[in-house]
Design a protein around this ligand. Structure first.
Ligand code: HEM
Length: 157
């Protein structure tokens, strides 16, 4: 749950996120790396985004809908990071609602771990190994785990 995250976990993620934001065109850079990896892991999920299963991944990356979700996703992480702390209860409510919307989009709970792996891959590829230390990695894994935990449990409410 988002309410359980420690201060050092959150600050590790916020600090490295700030660094990524300084990359030119960061939303698209992160988003493209994220989704190329995600569809590699979960080719079946392409259908949810309105793509045929045999579409070439490079074409997918140029698709407007693909980029749109990548931006939604990054904006949600941004928003969530900004709400940790005093707004934590409101953030939990937003995530529960977002989780329920995802059911109506056809998103199955088992897609969430792959999205997490893709996110870690994207962040690592931008930060580089010297900055993406094991400690930083653990923090990202924990923050993604907490966000997706609230979204997934909403799917079962
Ligand atoms: C922690 C994980 C995730 C976050 C934070 C997230 C965030 C978001 C946000 C903020 C939106 C726009 C919401 C709105 O309609 O108001 C959205 C839409 C959507 N998300 Fe996610 N998402 C996550 C995981 C996933 C996964 C795992 C999938 C697919 C396998 C997915 C597929 C979609 C789809 C299909 C839409 C509708 C947008 C469209 O059709 O273009 N999301 N997501």
């Amino acid at each position: 749950m988002v309410a359980d995250m420690s201060y050092s976990t959150v600050s590790n993620v916020i600090d490295t996120w700030e660094e990524i934001r300084r990359t030119e065109n960061y939303e698209e850079v992160v988003g493209t790396a994220l989704f190329l990896k995600f569809f590699n892991l979960e080719p079946e999920a392409k259908i949810i985004f309105g793509f045929k299963d045999n579409n070439d991944l490079e074409d997918l990356a140029k698709s407007r809908r693909f980029i749109k979700h990548a931006k939604y996703f990054i904006q949600m992480i941004d928003k969530a990071l900004g709400m940790l702390g005093p707004d934590i209860e409101l953030l939990t409510e937003i995530l529960l609602e977002l989780g329920q919307k995802h059911v109506s989009y056809g998103v199955r709970p088992e897609f969430f771990p792959s999205m997490g792996r893709a996110l870690i891959h994207a962040v690592q590829s931008i930060l580089g190994d010297s900055r993406f230390t094991p400690d930083v990695k653990d923090s990202w894994v924990e923050v993604y785990g907490a966000l997706s935990y609230d979204m997934i449990r909403a799917q079962k409410l």
